[in-house]
Write a protein that binds this ligand. Structure first.
Ligand code: HEC
Ligand code: HEC
Ligand code: HEC
Ligand code: HEC
Ligand code: HEC
Length: 258
């Protein structure tokens, strides 16, 4: 008789109980989780997996709930679930701003980029890429910022090929071309090798920058020009030409051009 009783519990009740459990579980898990971040440090009882994966009917690959991986990331990285607002960095029109070609679908950027693959910077593969091309969403492997390879953003970095401080960039760009560059930015070599400046000094935001050529100066160690009283600023002069007004490494650049 008991068995018969069990059988009469309507399916809809079981289903609703399941829905209820699914809706409260993430809250319990957040309380049990030692790390406040959904990226790694997972406990055995974690339900953080569910913030990026669904168990059934996933629209994307790897059981992701959206067809575009970046849409999963932007559920938090839009200024709501995390203070790190990458959606804002990527929501720039690629025709008038510099963006790494990353797969997004946003009001000002539908994710189609026009650029010449395999330029002299040795770019391959041409893209566009998912966020996980450079990041490991499941936790940090020791490089910081969930990056798959090293990327040193310090003020002074001695360049060496082993270990290479900028290995993350060289998964696409040619290290030899950039570090010995005297044509694209004729001052790459002197800055990177002689002056020990990191990429981050001038390319501070790796996703997108309002303005040309992915130039944004690192605000922690690049300051206004004391002579000009303005900056730090970059003005493009067209292909492979431009000028800088700033102070960095104790050097003042007052509209210094190349
Ligand atoms: C912050 C978002 C996020 C969280 C949280 C997350 N994942 Fe993922 N996961 C992804 C993305 C994005 C991919 C696809 C890209 C990749 O493989 O790196 C993926 C891929 C996977 C894959 C495919 C194999 C692989 O590694 O490439 C498995 C299995 C997986 N996740 C399991 C889990 C489990 C189990 C948890 C919880 C302990 C979890 N994920 C939590 C975002 C996440
Ligand atoms: C459920 C919300 C959530 C989702 C979804 C999410 N993140 Fe995060 N992410 C966070 C939080 C919280 C932090 C910690 C920083 C903070 O407090 O804002 C973080 C930090 C990061 C960091 C910096 C880590 C560090 O060491 O400084 C990276 C990189 C990152 N996320 C990438 C991703 C990528 C790529 C995806 C999509 C695959 C993603 N995140 C999806 C919430 C999320
Ligand atoms: C071409 C490689 C690359 C791709 C693709 C990429 N990132 Fe990043 N991301 C980086 C690098 C490099 C850093 C570290 C920047 C630093 O330390 O100054 C970073 C840092 C971050 C951070 C930490 C905050 C910050 O801005 O420093 C977050 C969050 C993040 N990325 C999220 C994302 C999301 C979401 C996507 C997809 C929309 C994405 N990234 C795609 C290279 C990439
Ligand atoms: C996953 C491949 C990939 C990785 C990794 C990568 N890049 Fe790029 N990068 C590209 C592609 C493709 C372009 C050309 C995009 C365009 O012109 O629209 C590009 C363009 C650039 C540009 C020129 C932008 C412009 O508009 O002139 C700079 C600067 C740059 N990358 C710096 C970096 C730095 C610094 C790193 C390391 C943090 C890095 N890249 C890592 C693929 C990559
Ligand atoms: C002192 C500032 C500075 C530093 C440091 C720097 N760059 Fe650049 N980079 C520039 C400028 C300026 C340009 C734009 C040149 C132009 O087209 O006028 C540029 C252009 C580029 C381009 C695009 C080349 C092309 O095809 O036009 C890439 C890729 C790049 N940088 C990567 C890097 C990487 C990787 C690092 C670190 C290893 C780095 N840069 C360090 C200033 C810098």
């Amino acid at each position: 008789m008991r068995l018969a009783c069990r059988r009469v519990i309507p399916f809809s009740v079981v289903f609703l109980a399941g829905v209820f459990l699914f809706s409260v579980l993430p809250g319990w898990a957040a309380a049990a989780q030692t790390s406040p971040s959904p990226h790694g440090g997972f406990t055995n009882s974690t339900s953080f997996c569910l913030v990026c994966h669904t168990t059934h009917n996933a629209a994307g690959v790897s059981l992701e709930p959206y067809a575009l991986e970046s849409a999963v990331c932007f559920t938090c990285h839009n200024g709501t679930g995390s203070s790190l607002n990458i959606e804002a960095e990527m929501n720039l029109d690629p025709n008038s701003n510099a963006l790494h070609p990353i797969k997004v679908n946003l009001p000002n950027n539908n994710g189609t980029y026009s650029y010449t693959p395999n330029t002299t910077a040795g770019i391959a593969p041409p893209g566009p890429y998912d966020c996980s091309q450079c990041h490991n969403p499941h936790g940090d492997v020791g490089n910081g910022e969930l990056l798959k390879q090293t990327y040193n953003t310090s003020e002074y970095v001695t360049y060496s090929t082993s270990p290479d401080p900028y290995a993350q960039c060289w998964t696409c760009h040619n290290s030899n071309t950039i570090t010995t560059d005297k044509t694209l930015f004729p001052l790459h070599e002197v800055h990177i090798i002689t002056d020990r400046a990191s990429c981050s000094a001038c390319h501070y935001s790796p996703h997108g920058v309002a303005g040309p050529k992915l130039i944004r100066f690192n605000p922690t160690y690049v300051f206004p020009s004391t002579i000009a009283g303005t900056g730090p600023a970059y003005v493009s002069g067209g292909a492979n030409k431009g000028s800088c007004t700033l102070t960095c490494h104790g050097q003042d650049h007052n509209n210094a051009s190349y």
